[in-house]
Design a protein around this ligand. Structure first.
Ligand SMILES: Cc1cc2nc3c(=O)[nH]c(=O)nc-3n(C[C@H](O)[C@H](O)[C@H](O)COP(=O)(O)OP(=O)(O)OC[C@H]3O[C@@H](n4cnc5c(N)ncnc54)[C@H](O)[C@@H]3O)c2cc1C
Length: 247
């Protein structure tokens, strides 16, 4: 079995400074006000207008945009993503992917949740001195082993079912929620705003925040104005304690 890290990749090309994206919205929105004469080529008029639209709640104009993001996450987080009905999706299929084949290295891939510790290292074992240290090591072993061996077991049983003639779409019934998946989410900026508002606060699942918070921060850097009013305390309140993924 392979253990992979969750990550995201923005698939849509974003122009230098995000100006083209704002100008697209500006071009459309100025039809409403018949103020096309106010368009300036440097993008300053676009920034101003889009800021105004967001502030006024005239978010329908933000629908004239599109952004695709590829997430590598577990099936549980993907299940939460697909609840966003206005978005469009393309997800790795457990019906068509046969993980026992060479194409997948004959292995299944799992996302190790941040709260499942790695197997304690030699160094950690040697460094343990107090009874608290040893209790912590023992607890880490217990949690790690429970998770690791249940994935390992699921992989073995999946392969047994395939070997005995079941199709991937049938054998998948023994696979856990932490199975790695890839899912492309395409949505307009209005819907991304809704997604960020729901999926970045501390009430959202920490594994969701682990992806959405750095994505929000990156988009705030790349596209002016559109997402600026969505505040998150992350990474200060990052339950995963993993730190920033922002490059
Ligand atoms: C912290 C948290 C906990 C959650 N817990 C649960 C849970 O326990 N059980 C559960 O089932 N789900 C749960 N969810 C998922 C939640 O119920 C929504 O399905 C999900 O957040 C998508 O939200 P949405 O409807 O705003 O988004 P979208 O589906 O993306 O819709 C975007 C917006 O479009 C509008 N819209 C879309 N469809 C309609 C419609 N039919 N009628 C009117 N307006 C519409 C709404 O304004 C909506 O906000 C949880 C979500 C969060 C963030």
């Amino acid at each position: 079995m392979k253990i992979v890290e969750p990550k995201y990749e923005i698939l849509t090309d974003i122009s230098e400074g995000g100006i083209k994206e704002l100008q697209q919205i500006e071009r459309v929105a100025r039809v409403c006000y018949k103020s096309e004469d106010k368009i300036t080529p440097d993008g300053e008029s676009a920034k101003k207008l889009v800021g105004f639209l967001v502030k006024q709640g005239h978010e329908a104009m933000l629908e004239h945009s599109q952004l695709s993001v590829l997430f590598t996450c577990d099936r549980a987080i993907a299940n939460e993503l697909v609840r966003h009905r206005i978005a469009s999706f393309a997800q790795e299929s457990t019906r068509y992917c046969n993980y026992s084949t060479e194409k997948f290295g004959g292995e299944l891939s799992f996302i190790r949740p941040y709260y499942i510790p790695c197997e304690p290292t030699e160094k950690a074992i040697k460094a343990a001195s107090s009874s608290e240290d040893f209790i912590k090591l023992e607890t880490d072993y217990q949690i790690h082993n429970a998770w690791y061996w249940s994935c390992d077991d699921a992989e073995k049983r999946y392969k047994i079912l395939i070997t005995n003639g079941l199709r991937p779409e049938q054998a998948r019934c023994v696979l856990p929620l932490c199975l790695k998946t890839e899912i492309v989410v395409t949505a307009n900026y209005r819907e991304w705003r809704n997604i960020f508002k729901l999926r970045t606060p501390a009430a959202a699942h920490p594994q969701m925040r682990e992806l959405m918070c750095p994505l929000l921060h990156e988009l705030q850097k790349k596209i002016p104005v559109v997402f600026d009013d969505i505040q998150t305390l992350w990474p200060a309140d990052d339950q995963t304690r993993k730190g920033s993924m922002v490059k």
